[in-house]
Design a protein around this ligand. Sequence first.
Ligand SMILES: Cc1cc2nc3c(=O)[nH]c(=O)nc-3n(C[C@H](O)[C@H](O)[C@H](O)COP(=O)(O)OP(=O)(O)OC[C@H]3O[C@@H](n4cnc5c(N)ncnc54)[C@H](O)[C@@H]3O)c2cc1C
Length: 467
Amino acid sequence: MVDVLVIGGGNAALCAALMAREAGASVLLLESAPREWRGGNSMHVRNLRCMHDAPQDVLQDAYTEEEFWQDLLKVTGGATDEKLARLVIRASSSCRDWMRKHGVHFQPSLAGTLHLSRTNAFFMGGGKALVNAYYRSAQALGVQVRYNATVDALEMDGGRFVAARIGPERIEAKACVLAAGGFESNREWLREAWGQNERGEWPADNFLIRGTRFNRGVLLKAMTAAGADIIGDPSQSHCVAIDARAPLYDGGIVTRVDCVSLGVMLNRDAQRFYDEGEDFWPKRYAIWGRLVALQPGQIGYCIIDSKPVGRFMPPVFPGVKAHSLPELARELGLPQQAFMETLDSFNAACRVGSFDHTVLDDCHTEGLSPAKTHWARPIDTPPYYGYALRPGITFTYLGLKTDEHAAVHFGGAPSDNLFVAGEMMAGNVLGKGYTAGVGMSIGTAFGRIAGTSAARAALKEGAHAAA
Ligand SMILES: Cc1cc2nc3c(=O)[nH]c(=O)nc-3n(C[C@H](O)[C@H](O)[C@H](O)COP(=O)(O)OP(=O)(O)OC[C@H]3O[C@@H](n4cnc5c(N)ncnc54)[C@H](O)[C@@H]3O)c2cc1C
């Protein structure tokens, strides 16, 4: 029997597998995806949010524990467990040497990547390179890996893990780490969680999934049925407005459209519905998926003129281009009269001061509802561009309740051999909202803790058996 079974094949699972192996346990990792699609959402990532008290290689200035904590507190509105959050924050300051040892390389942030050069360390080659490095290191250390291995059930004895099942096959282990992601790729479950709106629509039917198709929440369901303690709201997720032409799965980072704060956003009735200039784009990009999800038909249209071109990261698909505003309305299939009324009143309401996208500048609207409070400039310089946007789900926040040892809890009591990491428990730290790079901070911290805890549990059991 293997010592530690790790279920999942992304960042959290790999961190757990490597730590368990380093602690002397034999490890088997089960990845649902085939080898070429291994790595879950982690293959799409670019960076990790890191606390640091002074400049460090790729990180500028300082980003203290307190500032990181305040950022987390703000975005979650208090829906976070302070003890676990601080544990993640502290771990983020010291994990990079360990990551380097396993082949991960870092680079400074690129210009235009959400101004993260102080707070976030970027992975050279992105998440794909990180995942590949971890698999290589795992293989070199003797971790066994199986692909196309979707666990569909867990056998429990009260709060103790006994075995995992893949169809008729039964795999026993002394301890187990669950790191199988959220349920973002389970469209039926998303439909159920979002329900039907007042217009009779099922909003989730129009969602796109930014990452892997393999995170279907099978084990979240199984653990709920087994009586594990659950945390979070199933309708909460990280949800970004992405290009409506993106594929249903795995569109990744390049389908994000980052010019919202530089233009206006309309719904399909050509009406504005939120302040596009409320705050810096890095602090606001993750609210727009939900805002679009609440609009009729779950679609939004970002409209810019030629002035902002070059000031935002170009998305993978070019915008629809037109030489006049009526032509743009026609090309986008929006009602032309309403479109012109909205754009005319927006343009007339703009009070342009000193435009500066790097500060909360004084360009704003007057007498308009909703207002645009910064970076408001008339949309009047052709060519014009429009992007149709849909809600793009990154990951869901419903998860298993855990503690500082990453144990799964049953009726408030920790399991002594079942642990959890990554998206499956991120809701303990991130009840709602998001701050860029914290997904990887949580997965890395708890992946490493879960691996260590599982190895300790397994090796203790082995010692008992031998005695
Ligand atoms: C486009 C995109 C960009 C992102 N960028 C960033 C970023 O720059 N920084 C950041 O911090 N976060 C980012 N995130 C979020 C980040 O991906 C996650 O927080 C993190 O990768 C989660 O890691 P994980 O190991 O928990 O899940 P995943 O990496 O998704 O891994 C889950 C694994 O479980 C496997 N699995 C699922 N079900 C089963 C089963 N039943 N049996 C066996 N295996 C199963 C899957 O195949 C997959 O390998 C991004 C996400 C996306 C989609």
